[in-house]
Design a protein around this ligand. Structure first.
Ligand code: CU
Length: 139
């Protein structure tokens, strides 16, 4: 078997074991092999396009790890590296597609119209994993 074939087989195997993905708002990027790298699953550069994000927005994930605590956090500014404010947290025993509950009540009104990053992290059957979605706040 050629090396490229082996690598392709390994990549296919890795994607089958996908831990979790964020479908809404769109993720900055997903690579299951480095999804354990905080704070954004190995993607440290913000998206060039941002999604408008408010209290009526959805945070939707596809969860493939069981027994997972799932956290929604926020960092302020164009490229935050700290996500100190928790907007919501929920435990899910099973795999599935979930709309995560969250509240923006703790977000200062001065952030309206400003860039921010939503960090979605899980701690489940494969440990702690991270994703980030870059948004513009509409409070
Ligand atoms: Cu996993």
């Amino acid at each position: 078997m050629q090396l490229t074939t082996i690598l392709a087989a390994l990549a296919a195997a890795a994607s089958v074991s996908a831990h979790f993905s964020v479908t809404t708002p769109p993720s900055r990027g997903l690579d299951e092999l480095i999804e354990d790298q905080a704070p954004c699953g190995g993607f440290n550069t913000p998206s060039t396009t941002r999604t408008t994000f408010g209290q009526s927005s959805n945070v939707t994930i596809r969860l493939a790890d069981t027994n997972s605590n799932v956290y929604v956090k926020i960092g302020y500014g164009a490229n935050p590296t700290s996500f100190a404010t928790t907007l919501g947290s929920t435990f899910y025993a099973k795999k599935g597609v979930y709309n995560l509950p969250f509240s923006l009540s703790a977000v200062p009104a001065s952030n309206n119209g400003q860039p921010a990053t939503i960090q979605i992290s899980i701690n489940g059957s494969h440990g702690a994993l991270y994703q980030c979605s870059d948004v513009t706040l509409s409070l």
